[in-house]
Design a protein around this ligand. Sequence first.
Ligand SMILES: [Zn+2]
Length: 101
Amino acid sequence: MPRLRRIGGLLLPNWLAITLGRDIFAWRELTPAELAHELEHVRQWGRYTVLFPLLYLGASVAALVTRRGWYRGNRFEVQARAAAEPAPIARGISEGRARRG
Ligand SMILES: [Zn+2]
């Protein structure tokens, strides 16, 4: 009898999503911040094309060697986390308001 399986449950169970080229494979629906993070990876793929997986791996090794954690310290993940934060313009506006207020 056929069974429907959630692939995420078997493959990389702790993962939320993975971006391969222009495709984002998500284990569940993504929040806007999570989507912004993955869209930064789409931009990285666009910038480095087929070299991106190698560069990502190299960045993971560099992060490991410097004890920053292969994922947390990976420069591409750092970039993606920054992309998922509120836009600098929005921060600038609220800071400007705070200074004037
Ligand atoms: Zn990421």
